[in-house]
Design a protein around this ligand. Structure first.
Ligand SMILES: [Zn+2]
Length: 413
């Protein structure tokens, strides 16, 4: 029997239902934030399934949880797959959890089929991907990849003032697993993450599998306009330096400048503040945020230059400035892994399309360590970070069949 044929759709679906009870909300979603009692319960459930199959289990100093199925060559570097089990406060049942359960189903299906691989296979549940309780998100994978320092992350506090180190200690006490000593991170031969798309493209194009080519880069900015506060009833238009009016001129021109023919560039103004914030005073200061994303850093660079020019051009008679706050470069996945995902999807007779990921994922950090790729499946109307998030059992199984074939190919190289 092939690995793909051994994937059991009913078991995979049931595992999602079992996990959804942990932090389950009345509206059918989950509230299972990082390092909460619900997170610990999910860890224990995964651990119980791992033990029942005879897989080994271990954790590391940031609480990433690993389930390992041995290969025939004990010296060979492992191939890993997984995602995260934490959720947004009003999250769905599939974001992250699907990637963990698909990886675990791959291990189980290989066990059922009696298929050995040369390399060990590891299913991973990364700590704190969502970043809703402790920032930054994708923390476990970032520490694993050496992108964030363990000691810095341990001192992060949630909004109640709880230090991450304490929450982690409580979680590991409630969900114990053998500790792998030392700084998190070890050598890998490859990493593949499956995830619901969290957008509508696959559903709109009636494709089952998204062959993820990379994760788009993102940049954030703050734009500030400075004018002059004045009386709203007495000041003639020509004498005003209205900071909000200048901000709207700039914003409007930016929306126009960031409209691209193939609708790839993402441009969002998500927050506007106007000061002094009085109904009868002409605003003296306005600030707004920009979140801009695109798979190509060169395109982001061109648009950043345009944004800067528009601030200079449209701000007068006010003063205007734009500051870049963050810049996360795009991730380009390994061409061999991307080709493998596409080829295996096609061999299995599954409709597929290449696409970049609009959202960030743990895979963007792991991609620094080893050849990495991702597999997307559709979610209903593209809705995610929402309790009504949904996906079909057959799509979830299809993504897992592609995953297992890719893992076997990588693990036998
Ligand atoms: Zn996720």
């Amino acid at each position: 029997m092939s690995g793909a044929k051994a994937v059991r759709e009913d078991r995979l679906w049931q595992r999602h239902a079992d996990m959804a009870k942990l932090g389950g909300t009345p509206k059918g979603g989950v509230n299972r934030q990082a390092l909460s009692p619900e997170d610990a319960a999910a860890r224990n459930l995964l651990a119980s399934w791992a033990k029942a199959r005879g897989f080994s289990l271990f954790t590391d100093a940031i609480g990433n949880l690993f389930v390992r199925r041995e290969g025939s060559d004990p010296a060979a570097l492992p191939v890993m797959s997984g995602s995260h089990m934490d959720s947004q406060p009003t999250g769905g049942r599939f974001d992250g959890m699907y990637g963990v359960l698909a990886a675990f189903e791959a291990l189980e299906a290989l066990e059922d089929a009696g298929l050995a691989t040369r390399r060990p296979l590891i299913a991973v549940a990364w700590t704190n991907e969502e970043g809703s309780r402790f920032q930054p998100g994708a923390m476990g994978s970032a520490v694993f990849a050496g992108r964030n320092k363990l000691d810095d992350m341990l001192m992060v506090k949630d909004w109640k003032g709880v230090v991450l180190k304490e929450a982690l200690a409580e979680t590991l006490a409630a969900a114990p697993a053998p500790m792998r000593d030392g700084t998190p991170g070890f050598a890998l031969d490859g990493y593949v993450e499956v995830h619901i798309e969290q957008g509508p493209r696959l559903e709109n194009e009636r494709k089952t599998i998204g062959v993820v080519t990379g994760i788009q880069g993102s940049r954030r900015y703050i734009v500030e306009t400075l004018g002059e506060e004045a009386h709203a009833g007495t000041t003639p238009r020509a004498a005003r330096k209205d900071a909000y009016l200048a901000a709207t001129r700039i914003a409007s021109a930016m929306y126009d400048a960031t409209t691209d023919a193939d609708d790839t560039l993402r441009f969002t103004i998500g927050r506007v503040d106007v000061l002094p914030g009085s109904p009868n005073t002409v605003p003296g200061k306005a600030t707004f945020t920009i979140d801009m994303r695109h798979p190509s850093d060169a395109v982001l660079e061109i648009h950043e230059a345009r944004l800067r020019a528009l601030v200079a051009e449209k701000a007068p008679p006010c003063a205007g400035r734009i500051e870049r706050v963050t810049a996360v470069p795009p991730t380009v996945f390994d061409p061999q892994v991307v080709d493998l995902v596409r080829a295996k999807a096609s061999t299995l007779g599954l409709t597929n399309m290449d696409m970049p990921s609009g959202a960030g994922h743990d895979a963007m950090h792991v991609a620094r360590l080893c050849p990495t790729g991702m597999i997307f499946v559709p979610c209903e109307r593209g809705i995610s970070h929402n309790e009504s998030e949904n996906a079909t059992p057959s799509d979830l199984a299809a993504g897992t069949r592609v995953l297992i074939e890719v893992l076997v190919a990588l693990a036998n190289r």
